[in-house]
Design a protein around this ligand. Sequence first.
Ligand code: KG4
Ligand code: ZN
Length: 334
Amino acid sequence: MKTVLGIETSCDETAAAVVNSGNTILSSVVASQIAVHAPYGGVVPELASRKHLESIVPVVGQALAEAGITSRQLDGISVTRGPGLVGALLVGFSFAKAYAFALGIPWVGINHLRGHIHSVLLSPSPPQFPFAALLVSGGHTSIYKVTSPTHMEVMGQTRDDAAGEAFDKISKAMGLGYPGGEIVGKIAEDGDPHKIPFPRAWLDKDKFDFSFSGIKTSVNRYIQTHPDTWENEKPDIAASFQEAVVEVLATKLILAAKRLGCPRVAVAGGVAANTCLRERITLMADKAGMSVHLPDLSLCGDNAAMIAAAGYHSLAAGECAPLDLDVFSRVEKM
Ligand code: KG4
Ligand code: ZN
């Protein structure tokens, strides 16, 4: 097993990639649907499925062409099985099944969250095992103990909104557009992070669970109670909100590594592209004598290279999914 085609269609990105030996990216193509969903202020599932249907064949063709190989040189296929939008997942999943069957090669269905963790292992200086990993995306916020490429255990997770979802909702509340994380992060650069004392949901200080619905409500209340001034305070609101979220995420990640007794931390998922979060975790880890492992910015958001890398290990172990395997919408096992 060497050359693996990865396919990812769990939400609003149609992505395909070719990865060698689970660690060398030959190509990684991501066709974003942002323009399709932007007028609605969020992902419209039916439109996402239709767009995936249009894009999947050309995107896979482009990934093979950029890798400089033909489909006959593929040894296996790895595709996202869930969690995600079922209609969107089914496009990539059905394509992968049919392609593997036609080519006579093995295929596997991969948990999207496991894929995100592999974006860290694709970095130029991947961490040794075990390490503590914070996964922060639009749908999930969790801390994992990662002990091998195929074994990761949840240490804690959000009880309500995901961190990325909170960024998106705050952006919407301030009329800044979609997708919100990047926009809020950008305007926060011009604001004062200590101007508005938004609440930090520490929950149980010794545990690694999160909650972001309270801060979302606080930001909305601030906007309602400052009708004449809030529009001029957008950078301060964004910076103060971001500070509250980043402080909790970074503190709990460092605490998790201490609890595990391993001086290595990693961050993955769309929100891992946030500059403030990257800097804060680097600073706190340095102080604690820990190494920090951050994926390249191109691998933070949804992509298929991470899915190919994750699937490689299952394929190399001889796994091949049955053709009646199905997708799942909510988190099953990692
Ligand atoms: O991992 P991802 O691409 O998709 C999911 O699996 O959910 O994460 C998308 C999330 C969105 O909520 C988006 O707003 C957020 O990541 N995001 C950011 C940044 N870039 C993307 N959040 C904060 N700062 C950013 N720079
Ligand atoms: Zn994702």
